[in-house]
Design a protein around this ligand. Structure first.
Ligand SMILES: Cc1cc2nc3c(=O)[nH]c(=O)nc-3n(C[C@H](O)[C@H](O)[C@H](O)COP(=O)(O)O)c2cc1C
Length: 306
């Protein structure tokens, strides 16, 4: 009897959105492969819905890559897998803390070494910087990134900021008279089933070289050039504020809450006042720097690490 290929899926999800994406993409693979799920569980859960101050207070350690610990994994680190799927979401332009905690762990090094890995991202729309960090961890672990699938909220940028904050703080995802539903569009989740076929083929032939180009041909990564510019600005500001806030103490420290409040106010001004300005300047930058930006778009769509 031919043994079925084995897939390990490592994931964390707060609202269940990412698990739905995983289940849709992997649905057709259920009877072709043995799939082992490893859900990452923070030692102290991140509460959902979030208290506002806690949400913003989570930024510094997320950006500085000092995640809260996770519970020990159930999977045997020496078990053989033919493919690892790392499903994660971006938090503050970085991998979410449970994802980062996994990547830091000794067991991740053992599980990932020499393995083909597909990253599966479900986020608002800003994931480039997070993926660069994940790529560099994978490289250090000796893993091979063979595919990247990204599902984002396709609503206009500022609208999706409003809906994600409403969802995060109030737990309300549904559309209103004025706002669309928060999160990745239902249709996009349902249609993500199309990525199963090239993954199944690659798994069967153990041939990973062309997987990402096949996934891209199916629209696995859709990237707006002006978001590259916005992320670049955003991550610089986050790095500055992370150091400034964490200089006053660790997560939740009363001494740093004044600084967290300052950053909270400025972040909202930054998003709602500066980001439309950034959008206009990006039009000029796009016109002047078109070939460089086009190069960046191609780079971020791929799996290579610069
Ligand atoms: C603390 C926090 C920060 C977030 N930051 C980002 C971000 O920088 N970029 C982005 O595209 N989405 C961001 N999101 C949205 C998440 O990536 C994700 O789409 C959402 O939290 C639902 O994921 P889940 O329920 O599967 O965990 C953030 C969400 C949270 C809770």
């Amino acid at each position: 009897m031919i043994e079925r290929p084995k897939i390990l899926v490592v994931y964390y999800t707060q609202t269940g959105q990412l698990k739905r994406i995983i289940d849709t993409v992997l649905g057709p693979l259920q009877d072709k492969a043995t799939i082992v799920y490893e859900e990452l569980k923070p030692l102290q859960p991140f509460e959902f819905p979030w208290k506002k101050q806690v949400f913003y207070d989570t930024m510094p350690e997320t950006v500085l890559d000092r995640p809260r610990g996770i519970e020990p994994l159930k999977v045997n680190p020496d078990e053989h897998f033919d493919l690892v799927i790392l499903a994660y979401q971006a938090w503050f332009l970085s991998p979410s803390q449970p994802t980062a905690a996994f990547l830091h762990s000794e067991i991740a090094g053992r599980l990932l070494k020499g393995k083909p890995v597909i990253t599966l991202i479900g986020c608002r729309n800003m994931w480039l910087n997070a993926q660069e960090r994940v790529k560099s961890y994978l490289q250090k672990a000796g893993a091979r990134l063979v595919g990247n699938i990204v599902l984002v909220d396709k609503s206009p940028n500022l609208l999706s900021v409003i809906t994600i904050l409403r969802w995060s703080f109030k737990g309300k995802k549904e559309a209103t008279k004025w706002l669309p539903q928060a999160g990745v569009q239902e249709k996009d989740i349902i249609e993500s089933v199309r990525f199963a076929e090239p993954i199944a083929q690659a798994l069967e032939n153990k041939q990973w070289d062309t997987l990402q180009s096949q996934l891209m041909a199916l629209g696995a990564v859709d990237l707006l050039p002006n978001l590259i510019l916005l992320e670049d600005r955003g991550i610089r500001a986050f790095r500055y504020w992370s150091k400034f806030i964490s200089a006053k103490g660790g997560p939740g420290a009363p001494e740093r809450q004044g600084r967290v409040r300052m950053y909270r106010g400025l972040l909202l001004i930054g998003i709602f006042v500066l980001s439309p300005i950034a959008k206009i300047t990006s039009v000029f930058k796009l016109a002047l720097n078109k070939s460089k930006l086009q190069e960046d778009v191609e780079y971020y769509k791929g799996t290579r690490l610069r």
